[in-house]
Design a binder for this molecule. Structure first.
Ligand code: ADP
Ligand code: MG
Length: 212
């Protein structure tokens, strides 16, 4: 943990109040290094070990891009498993308390697709899901990604290990070319660099070394 408080960044006061309310006063190292780049609109490759606060790093970045008045998906977060998608959505909901009426929807496999389609009809600002199920929704045309501003590949190394490369490719192809693409990972194999080359534009890199 570093000693840099969140209020050293140009963040809206309501967001700063909410961060204090949930007990986040100082940035973690990954947050300290990546948030200025995210706020500047850069694509980003961020590598830091589990538990370092990566969700809030991309979460704050994507929430600040949202237009609450527009009920169409503006951010898409891809996660390797249903459990991780649920955890990420929970954290995003906590972080989003400063914004009125933001809807964050989880679309993962292992659960019936019908109710998800019903929820999508009511509109959502942020979608968190697993690549297989998101691809299913695209095939059924129950999900449209043409207003996505931020695409996050969370635990990208695990998604590659699980064989989701084609799904990620198909999903990214349906998002606008001008989107911001954020790639978070705990390890940094060559395949991550290739993935970045496929989907990112001039990405900034924040690579934290493991503590000795
Ligand atoms: P990662 O995705 O890097 O594994 P998480 O985003 O799941 O890490 O965060 C790990 C834990 O740290 C969570 O319990 C989260 O609530 C907490 N956390 C994140 N950022 C902060 C912060 N700035 N101050 C205090 N706790 C934080
Ligand atoms: Mg994480």
């Amino acid at each position: 943990m570093t000693s840099t408080p969140f209020n050293t960044l140009p963040l809206p006061p309501a967001l700063l109040d909410n961060l204090s309310a949930i007990g986040y006063h100082k940035m973690t190292e990954i947050q300290r290094q990546s948030l200025p780049l995210l706020l500047a609109g850069r694509d980003l490759i961020a590598r830091a070990k589990t538990g370092s606060g990566k969700t809030a790093a991309f979460g704050i970045g994507l929430l600040l891009q949202l237009d609450p008045a527009r009920y169409s998906p503006q951010s898409l977060v891809l996660c390797p498993t249903r459990e991780l998608a649920t955890q990420v959505a929970q954290e995003l909901r906590r972080l989003a308390r400063f914004l009125p009426n933001i809807k964050i929807l989880t679309l993962s496999g292992g659960t019936p697709i019908g109710p998800q389609i019903g929820s999508l009809e009511h509109g959502a600002h942020v979608i968190v899901g697993t690549p297989g199920r998101i691809r299913d929704h695209l095939r059924k045309q129950t999900l449209k990604l043409d207003h996505i501003r931020t695409l996050v590949l969370d635990e990208a190394d695990r998604m590659l290990d699980m064989g989701f490369r084609d799904e990620i490719r198909q999903i990214a192809a349906e998002t606008p070319a001008g989107r911001q693409t954020l790639l978070f990972s705990a390890t940094y194999p060559d395949e991550i660099q290739r993935l970045s080359g496929d989907f990112q534009r001039d990405p900034a890199q924040v690579i934290l070394e493991e503590a000795p």
